[in-house]
Write a protein that binds this ligand. Structure first.
Ligand SMILES: Cc1cc2nc3c(=O)[nH]c(=O)nc-3n(C[C@H](O)[C@H](O)[C@H](O)COP(=O)(O)O)c2cc1C
Length: 156
């Protein structure tokens, strides 16, 4: 099965998870790059506003064609209870090319259901696996056990 991990990360929690998944799956990986600068407190507030209003952004060109993969593993941080704006944009622009999908999210807290529901709706397909990880789990490395379970579901 040909697998691509696609993720956005502002402060590297989601990147860390994406890279851990890739280490276990030996698949392709693509970081989504936003053209908007999102560093600093003012941009944090703007980003939360954009996410809650379900706005889109302009992304750098993507490198991999999602249609050429059997499975896309899509990762996003939770922003204001929503999908991050860059991943919303990616799904919006590419969902017609998705075959199977799996999702992962990182968040400061532990509420992921709303974000997963929206990712499912926007993708137009139900995920074969999903995993939500708190920023604390990512920092203290306890996320690795959960990732093992996630990967087992993907490989069925
Ligand atoms: C604009 C913004 C809004 C956020 N909103 C939430 C939220 O509603 N709920 C939550 O649990 N965490 C929220 N967070 C925290 C992030 O989801 C969390 O730190 C995540 O792991 C960051 O991933 P990253 O390091 O890959 O960017 C928010 C972070 C940002 C930047």
């Amino acid at each position: 099965m040909k697998i691509l991990i696609v993720y956005y990360s502002r402060t590297s929690n989601t990147r860390k998870v994406a890279e851990e998944i890739q280490n276990n799956l030996d698949c392709d990986i693509e970081e989504i790059i936003d053209t908007q600068n999102r560093s600093g407190i003012l941009k944090y507030i703007t980003s939360g506003f954009q996410a809650s209003r379900k706005k889109l952004t302009i992304l750098e060109n993507i490198k991999n064609d999602p249609a050429s993969y059997d499975l896309l593993v899509i990762g996003t941080p939770v922003w204001a209870g929503n999908i991050s704006t860059p991943i919303r944009t990616y799904i919006h622009q590419n969902q017609a090319k998705f075959n199977n999908v799996a999702f992962f999210c990182t968040a400061g807290g532990s509420r992921f259901d709303g974000t997963f529901s929206e990712m499912t709706e926007l993708s137009g397909t139900s995920p074969i696996a999903r995993i939500g990880l708190t920023a604390k789990e990512v920092k203290d490395e306890s996320y690795k056990t959960k990732i093992t379970e996630f990967i087992k579901k993907i490989q069925i």
